[in-house]
Ligand binder design. Structure first.
Ligand code: ADP
Ligand code: MG
Length: 365
């Protein structure tokens, strides 16, 4: 998906060694990040990790304490927000409640003093882009949460900005609407090819939409990669715990391709880091119940089932291993799924393929 954009106005965006101090608080610590023209990059991290601060630097709302911001070849570090040619969408969409949908969407055109004769055509095109054709005359109060969010999007895109910034724009919506808006945003991005930087604390949301995801922790950039690579090659235990659903188990290094989990030696097809604090990240969907059909090369672990939780599309099964360690696995909840799972208290053997045996360095606390 990453690559040359069809959108001629899409801009490459770069943050060079940016830091931000708020008094004693180091909100951002020496972050460098480059976003290609037309790329969709998400900033993902827990609350307080610096996502909004980083986005604010791109928007010009936050001045870096050090470092610089570049759009294409232009240094914009000290350029005020209104001159940056960006579209912005926040969580509380900040629509003007007393204005119609059309007036809201046209607002940036007014601010830019575009001739009034050009407004209706641009408003119509922007509303069509977000699936709200014909909504010009509606009042904001008459719209659902999802429709308001689309109006905010249309407003952010009406002047075809070179960069669109979004800060948790879907977090106020309910789950179903949020998930359908994620797919819509993904399609919209493909269609318009704008450069988008998107803040979220929801890993699934980030993985769904992004070309690449940047993981932040305590103001630092821990890793930036494509979704699958983040999942399969986490930089450390923090990323492994943040992406997917992984049990993290302390292991000892045996050699470059194996580790010891308690008294069990596991083989990994990945290089085992030469590090003191090592963690095995076991994604719950990668564990298979060993019914005799699992790959003979797989590692095997036997434990006692402590709980089986029905979660609709899947079952989550919790296991206690002999060394006091715990892990969980997921099984699709199709008819007969329970047939080869003993009741809690029973013993079960699970298989973990060496390709899925991911060993990472323990992150600093
Ligand atoms: P996130 O968006 O990931 O939740 P923020 O960028 O909002 O994180 O905040 C990062 C850190 O900077 C937090 O510790 C936060 O409390 C602090 N911070 C953010 N904005 C300000 C501010 N205007 N004044 C003081 N501290 C701030
Ligand atoms: Mg934030």
């Amino acid at each position: 998906m990453t690559g040359p954009s069809s959108n001629k106005r899409a801009e490459r965006v770069e943050i060079r060694r940016a830091s931000k101090n708020y008094g004693p608080v180091r909100a951002l610590d020496d972050v460098s990040l480059s976003v290609a023209a037309g790329e969709f990059v998400s900033l993902l991290g827990p609350s307080g990790s610096g996502k909004t601060t980083l986005l604010g630097m791109l928007g010009g709302f936050v001045q870096p304490s050090s470092g610089s911001i570049h759009f294409g070849d232009l240094d914009v570090t000290y350029m005020p927000p209104h001159r940056r040619d960006i579209g912005v969408v926040f969580q509380n969409y900040a629509l003007f409640p007393h204005m119609s949908v059309g007036e809201n969407v046209a607002f940036p055109l007014r601010a830019r003093r575009l001739p009034k004769s050009e407004w209706p055509g641009k408003v119509r095109a922007a509303l069509a882009m977000v699936g709200l054709t014909g909504y010009e005359g509606r009042g904001i109060a008459q719209l659902s949460g999802g429709q308001r969010q689309r109006v905010a999007l249309a407003r952010a895109m009406i002047f075809e900005p070179r960069l669109i910034l979004m800060d948790e724009p879907l977090s106020a919506l309910d789950k179903q609407l949020r998930e359908s808006m994620q797919i819509e945003l993904r399609e919209l991005h493909r269609r318009i090819g704008a450069t988008i930087v998107y803040v979220t604390h929801d890993q699934r949301e980030a993985l769904t939409m992004s070309d690449r995801v940047a993981i932040l922790k305590d103001g630092r950039l821990v890793q930036i990669d494509e979704p699958k690579r983040l999942h399969d090659h986490p930089a450390n235990s923090f990323v492994a715990s943040f992406i997917g659903e992984a049990s993290l188990l302390p292991v000892r290094r045996v050699d470059g391709s194996s580790v010891a989990l308690g008294s069990t030696v596991l083989r990994s097809a990945r290089t085992v880091p030469n590090d003191d604090g090592l963690v095995l990240a076991v994604h719950s969907e990668k564990l298979l119940i060993d019914d005799g059909n699992a790959d003979p090369a797989s590692n095997r672990l036997t434990g006692t089932i402590t709980d089986i939780v029905y979660q609709g599309e899947s079952l989550r099964i919790f296991l206690a291993l002999p060394d006091g360690l715990r892990l969980s696995l997921r099984q699709p909840s199709h008819h007969g799924a329970y047939r080869n799972i003993p009741a809690p208290g029973g013993s079960i053997t699970v298989a973990l393929h060496p390709e899925d045996t991911i060993v990472v360095a323990k992150a600093d606390e």
